[in-house]
Design a protein around this ligand. Structure first.
Ligand code: FAD
Ligand code: AMP
Length: 479
């Protein structure tokens, strides 16, 4: 192995591997160091996203959704099944197979693009030197022209709920239950808590979600948050807001969880407790004392808009820096930094980072919520279209939710799009493109959408900004 590189990336999650691949594509001699070991104990590129995050959670969300569909909704469309069963070990095994395939895929991409993939621990020293301690073999020092830090994040913990990996688990443990627990507690009604609660709820667990805040999904548009809370409760998720977890006691029968709410002290007893109270940046052991990188008081690496740290030629991207902890946000940052190192001038448009909650129906949004626009004092107009009025949603027996388009009243520019409904994650991609190109609601209204598609709901919501929706009666009638 050479010990001189143009670029050394520490961390091979979606931020780091994208940075490494793009650097190599641009002709830079690039190494990417990652220390993760997969479930099989072998080195595993891909970071949280591939190993314990986006991909395994979606594998279980998709499997559990199909199970519930077969069990509860097939009969509605004239399909009778004698019995529907669950084979949890098989479900987990398939999830693991998807994950290991994707991990191999990253190794293949490194090879195909000429990235030197190094499995072991990376540590930033002074003067852009990086110490590499392989899982096997001797420690070496490599010299880098540029270093990209992409160490990611780990689950946050709170004192009342120490993770024991058995009764009390974090999001990683919740992806590997070997049977369906009778009673599951989830702490935190954030994105991860709702997704994992949905998985086990669909498979048959009684799920109680305890959330300290009084407000459900405060970052989501209020209308969408309100409607989705009702839907999730109807699905059987027992979501208790204003419930601050204060303690746990583990015994043979399960976990007794204590919490306080407006009525006082409460307890529940569950078989498994999933702690999903957020994530924190992971920089343990990453820096030698003289590496000179500044962190903020929450442990995030301090960077500017272009992901540059306070040290020359050292960048940081992904979950370990400010902004939403989302795989695609990190990927865009990684690519941007690689291109800047190569002399190009791209920027990440943080105003159009899409967010998704992969429940069913899904929640997806981009841009500002109505409450944010209102608070800013801008004048705005809202267009909405319910999936109940969509022919495709009716045909698919999947009609809950709506699309909401918020446009600036003066310019008609779209400032936010919020979707609760089937395939909201795919629909919001169209909204991102529209906003990237500075589209107006009228531009979208003049765009032709294939019929019958769920995306037509987005078209109709854009048309309804001006009171021109065709497939519903417009509240505001304008010529
Ligand atoms: P990570 O993916 O965390 O990767 C960092 C890598 O760096 C790790 O492999 C780590 O071991 C390695 N590393 C750290 N320090 C060192 C060191 N010193 N030496 C060597 N290696 C090191 N996001 C979405 O956008 N969509 C989703 O649907 C989604 N679902 C999620 C579901 C769950 C259950 C969880 C937990 C997360 C989910 N996320 C999702 C978040 C997403 O996984 C993260 O935002 C993303 O993985 C962050 O990418 P990253 O590259 O910054 O860091
Ligand atoms: P997120 O940061 O989106 O993953 O969501 C984590 C959620 O956990 C937040 O909504 C927090 O309010 C919630 N949370 C954190 N600590 C507690 C606690 N002790 N009891 C209940 N909810 C909590």
């Amino acid at each position: 192995m050479s010990d001189n590189f143009d670029v050394v990336v520490i961390g091979a999650g979606p931020a780091g591997y994208a940075a490494a691949i793009r650097s190599a594509q641009l002709g830079l001699n690039t190494a990417c160091i990652d220390k993760s070991l997969g479930k099989d104990g072998k080195p595993a590129f891909g970071g949280t996203c591939l190993n314990w995050g986006c991909i395994p959670s979606k594998a279980l969300l998709d499997a559990s959704h199909k199970y519930l569909d077969a069990k509860e909704h097939f009969a509605e469309i004239g399909i009778t099944v004698k019995s529907v069963g669950i084979d949890v070990p098989k479900m987990i095994e398939r999830k693991d197979k998807v994950v290991s395939g994707m991990i191999k895929g990253i190794a293949g991409l490194f090879k195909g693009n000429g990235v030197t993939g190094l499995t072991g621990v990376g540590r930033l020293l002074a003067n852009r030197q990086v110490e590499f301690t392989p899982h096997e073999g001797d420690r070496t020092i490599v010299q880098a022209e540029h270093v990209i830090l992409a160490p990611g994040s780990v689950p946050a913990e709170i004192p009342p709920t120490p993770i024991d990996g058995d009764r009390i688990v974090d999001s990683t443990g919740a992806l590997d239950f070997t049977e369906v627990p009778k009673r599951v507690g989830v702490i935190g009604a954030g994105v991860i808590g709702l997704e994992l609660g949905s998985v086990w709820g669909r498979l048959g667990s009684e799920v109680v979600v305890l959330e300290a805040l009084e407000e459900f999904l405060p970052m989501v548009d209020e209308r969408i948050a309100r409607d989705s809370l009702k839907i999730f409760k109807d699905q059987g998720l027992d979501i208790r807001l204003g419930a601050l977890v204060t303690g746990t006691e583990v015994n043979k029968k399960g976990v007794t969880v204590s919490y306080t709410d407006s009525e006082g002290e409460q307890t529940i007893v569950v078989d498994k407790l999933i702690v999903a109270v957020g994530r924190k940046p992971y920089t343990e052991g990453l820096f030698a004392p003289d590496s000179g990188i500044d962190l903020d008081d929450q442990g995030f690496v301090i960077v500017d808009d272009l992901c540059a740290t306070n040290a020359a030629n050292i960048y940081a991207v992904g979950d370990a820096v400010r902004g939403p902890m989302l795989a695609h946000k990190g990927t865009e940052e990684g690519v941007m930094v690689a291109e800047r190192i190569a002399g190009f001038k791209p920027m990440v448009n943080y105003a159009t980072v899409p967010s998704v909650v992969y429940t069913h129906p899904e929640i997806a949004w981009v841009g500002k919520t109505e409450q944010e626009v209102k608070a800013s004092g801008e004048s705005y107009t809202v267009g909405q279209f319910p999936f109940a009025a969509s022919g495709r949603a009716q045909a698919a027996n999947d009609t809950q939710g709506l699309v909401k388009v918020i446009a600036d009243t003066q310019t008609d520019r779209i400032v936010g799009v919020h979707v609760l409904g089937p395939q909201a994650s795919e629909i919001v991609a169209q909204a991102v493109i529209a906003m990237e190109f500075d589209a107006s609601a009228e531009d979208l209204g003049l765009t032709m959408f294939a019929h019958p598609t769920l995306s037509e709901a987005f078209h109709e919501a854009a048309l309804s900004v001006a009171g021109h929706a065709i497939h519903m009666v417009n509240r505001k009638k304008r010529s």
